[in-house]
Structures are given as structure tokens and as C-alpha cells.
Design a protein around this ligand. Structure first.
Ligand SMILES: Cc1ncc(COP(=O)(O)O)c(C=O)c1O
Length: 424
């Protein structure tokens, strides 16, 4: 199989993306096409595609057919939306952070995905893919997970829809996110420890892909972000677009239009893609924030092929995939979803990073000013905002929408250890 790790040679050194900055201007004649459907080869510009072994080609094609037909079916959409409303708690609120705004000198609005059932935006995607699994007549769901949030969400959807569930998780992540491992087991899922490679998210994806090759007739692989082969990056973005649609309406009501900046953290990039899709046609500046140790769209990222997609990846000069390193399990991934690579290349979004130390500061700042303990992942978005307001990059008085993709409960113990705090 091309994945895991078939890095593209010859493209090394192409760092145009890192240099491309968002203009913040609507892209005349282009905005309408951005964040639409990928082309017939499943590509966003030159990124994406379907680099899968022969055995998975029919499964990807079947999935695309099922998704196209379901997404065009008002009854399917109604079922998806009513589960999100009655079970997951949507719409999520938009919270104006008065204290933090005063502190930073900009008007900060949080899109509260942390208030969803299971504690993050991941539920939006698994409800969609769970329903599709039923449509395809399959009885088994598999998933990879890093922070455990997508694993918990998948196990939840499996319980709700009566599906068997196996979640692959790196051993390192299992230790960091012990509580989520327990939650998945409580929900009836089997959690399989992955002991290969860096024993984190990348290796969990490899194992899930191996399982899928062997079980494709009965199993749907519920990919957790806007990554993997076509149609996953497009389909997952569509299931997460509810974040941007709601936020756009909420901003319209509160601000009378779009905010100046829209900021979200980027692991694979699903909460960011869902949020950006609501604002790509406006003048808002779109900013994705990666972990400094996993910034595929930063200076160490080069184009290559991994996990069925062509995108920017952390690689060495021989095309070997480098380990991502972050305190946040959900951002500990050496790649990024292909649509983000495209948005960066055309300059419609820009991608920044935040260090572990900045993230811990930001997490405490939001906790103390607003009484909201964020997950480590969205604390990256806030950490960038803190830096950018201090430097004037985000000018005083700007309006900023920031997606609070998850709540901090899952990280509390980990953060307690990192801060060297005791419980009493
Ligand atoms: C709370 C939270 N936010 C963000 C992410 C990163 O995922 P994505 O970039 O797909 O939104 C994760 C991943 O586990 C997460 O748990």
C-alpha cells in the first residue's frame, strides 16, 4: 500500500506555502470555488487524491457514492441534524469573552464546541459517518484516535447505532489519555494498543488502514479528521461545516457581519475546515494554528504522500516521515488535511504554530479570565492570539472568532503533571 509513509520525492524544498500569507481580502472569482467539492480525482488544487492499495479502491468508491446520495437526500440530512440537536446539543453557543477581550484588547468570541456531547467537535463527524455506515449495510466501525476524543465519539456513535467498534490508539497516547481509554471501554468499544513507530496518532492510522484492508466488506473506517484518501477530507469537512454555518449566523446577529479574524487549531484540520467553510466567502482572515512540534505547514513541511493523501508532511531529506512532538495528543500528527495545504497555497488561509509553553499559559489564561478550561488543542489557537495581539499583528479593537474545539477535562491530569501542581 502507498500508505503508510510513501513520501513523494522531488518535491522537497517547496516551501512556498510557508511564505504564503492570507490577504484577508475576498478572492474575487475564487472564493465561490474554494471549499467546494474536490475535482474528479478527489483533489483540492494539487493536494488530496486517493493513494490507496487496490483492495481499498472499491470501498472508497462505495463510500463516495453513499455519501453523495445521502448528502443530497433531505431525509438523511434531517436525521443527521435532529441527532445533532437532540442528542449532541446543537447549536453550540457563541460566547462573548468580556474579561479576556479586555485583557487582550480585541473582541473575542468563542464557538463552543466544548459544550457538545462527548466534549468536542468530533461528535458532528461520527454522527454523519455512523448514519452512513447504516446506509451501507455495514455492522462494524473502526477508528484511530490521538487525544481519545474521536475514539470516544466513535464509540458513542457505535453504541447509539448498535455497531461493533474497534479503536486503534498509540500506546503513548493511551498513557496520556487514560480517562478516554476507560470511557471508550465503558461505551462498549475495544481499544487496541498500537506499539509500532512513535506509538502515537500516525501509527494508529496505519493500523486502522491495515484492519480496513482485511475487513472492508463488513467494516467502515470512521476517519476522524479531514485527512486520508478521497472522499474523507471532503466528507468530514461537510459533516463539520455545521460549525461554520452556525457561527456565521451567530456572528451576523451579534456583529452584523463576519469577524475580522477566524482562528482554529489544526491537527488534521477538521474543526478548522468546518469553521473556515462558513467564512471562506467573506473578508475574514482565516488562521489555522498547529502545534510547533507538528507544524506540517511550517518551515519543516514538504509535500508528500501519507495515509492515502498528498499533502504537506514533516519529512527528512530522504522523504522519511518525522515524528511530530506536542503535549497535545490531538495535534501530534506529522501531516495536515489536503484542503488546508490548498488554502495555504492559494493564500486564502494562513497557518501559524504555538509552542507547548505558550499553550500552557493560554490554557491558564482562559481558565482564570472566563471560567472555561479549554482542551490543549484549542489552547493552541488562543496561544497564537495572545502572541498576535501582543505583537499588533491582530490590531487592537479587532473582532476574533475562535473555535473552542473541546473541553479541558480530558487533559486535566496531564496538565496538572506538566505544571507540577498537586491536587491538594
Ligand atoms: C478537542 C480537539 N480539538 C482539535 C483536535 C484536532 O483535530 P482536528 O484538527 O481534526 O480538528 C482534536 C483531536 O483529537 C481534539 O480532540
Amino acid at each position: 500500500m502507498t500508505a503508510p509513509g510513501g513520501a513523494e520525492t522531488g518535491a522537497k524544498g517547496d516551501r512556498r506555502l510557508a511564505a504564503a500569507g492570507a490577504t484577508g481580502e475576498p478572492l474575487a472569482g475564487r472564493a465561490g470555488q474554494l471549499m467546494g467539492e474536490p475535482d474528479e480525482r478527489g483533489r483540492f488544487g494539487s493536494f488530496g487524491g486517493g493513494y490507496v492499495p487496490e483492495a481499498l479502491v472499491p470501498a472508497c468508491q462505495e463510500l463516495e457514492r453513499a455519501f453523495r446520495s445521502a448528502w443530497a437526500d433531505p431525509a438523511f440530512k434531517q436525521r443527521y441534524r435532529s441527532i445533532l440537536a437532540d442528542y449532541a446539543g446543537r447549536p453550540s453557543p457563541l460566547t462573548e469573552c468580556h474579561n479576556l477581550s479586555k485583557h487582550l484588547g480585541v473582541r473575542v468570541l468563542l464557538k463552543r464546541e466544548d459544550l457538545n456531547h462527548t466534549g468536542s467537535h468530533k461528535i458532528n463527524n461520527v454522527v454523519g459517518q455512523g448514519l452512513l455506515t447504516l446506509e451501507m449495510g455495514k455492522g462494524r466501525l473502526i477508528a484511530e484516535t490521538g487525544a481519545g476524543q474521536h475514539g470516544v465519539a466513535t464509540a458513542t456513535a457505535a453504541a447509539l447505532f448498535g455497531l461493533e467498534c474497534v479503536v486503534y490508539m498509540g500506546e503513548v497516547d493511551m498513557a496520556r489519555q487514560e480517562l478516554n481509554v476507560f470511557r471508550m471501554r465503558l461505551l462498549g468499544a475495544e481499544v487496541r494498543a498500537v506499539r509500532s513507530g512513535s506509538r502515537t496518532l500516525k501509527d494508529a492510522v496505519n493500523e486502522a488502514l491495515r484492519d480496513w484492508v482485511a475487513s472492508v466488506s463488513s467494516t467502515h473506517y470512521c476517519v476522524g479528521s479531514v485527512m486520508g484518501p478521497h472522499p474523507f477530507p471532503w466528507m468530514v469537512r461537510e459533516f463539520q461545516a455545521v460549525i461554520g454555518e452556525e457561527a456565521r449566523e451567530q456572528c451576523e446577529r451579534l456583529l452584523g457581519g463576519a469577524p475580522d479574524f477566524v482562528v482554529a487549531c489544526v491537527g488534521g484540520g477538521s474543526n478548522a475546515a468546518g469553521t473556515f467553510s462558513g467564512f471562506v466567502g467573506t473578508g475574514a482572515r482565516l488562521v489555522g494554528v498547529e502545534a510547533a512540534g507538528g507544524a506540517a505547514l511550517g518551515p519543516k513541511g514538504v509535500p508528500g504522500v501519507l495515509h492515502g493523501m498528498r499533502s504537506f508532511l514533516l519529512q527528512d531529506e530522504f522523504g522519511q516521515i518525522l515524528e511530530a512532538e506536542s503535549i497535545s495528543a490531538g495535534l501530534d500528527y506529522p501531516g495536515v488535511g489536503p484542503e488546508h495545504a490548498h488554502l495555504a497555497e492559494v493564500g486564502r488561509a494562513r497557518y501559524e504554530s504555538a509552542t507547548d509553553a505558550e499553550v500552557l499559559e493560554a490554557l491558564q489564561l482562559l481558565s482564570r479570565t472566563e471560567g472555561i478550561i479549554p482542551a490543549l488543542e484549542p489552547a493552541h489557537a488562543l496561544a497564537w492570539l495572545v502572541r498576535a495581539t501582543a505583537s499588533g499583528e491582530v490590531p487592537a479593537g479587532s473582532t476574533v472568532l475562535l473555535t473552542m474545539s473541546g473541553r479541558g477535562d480530558k487533559d486535566a491530569e496531564h496538565v496538572m503533571r506538566l505544571l507540577g501542581m498537586r491536587s491538594k
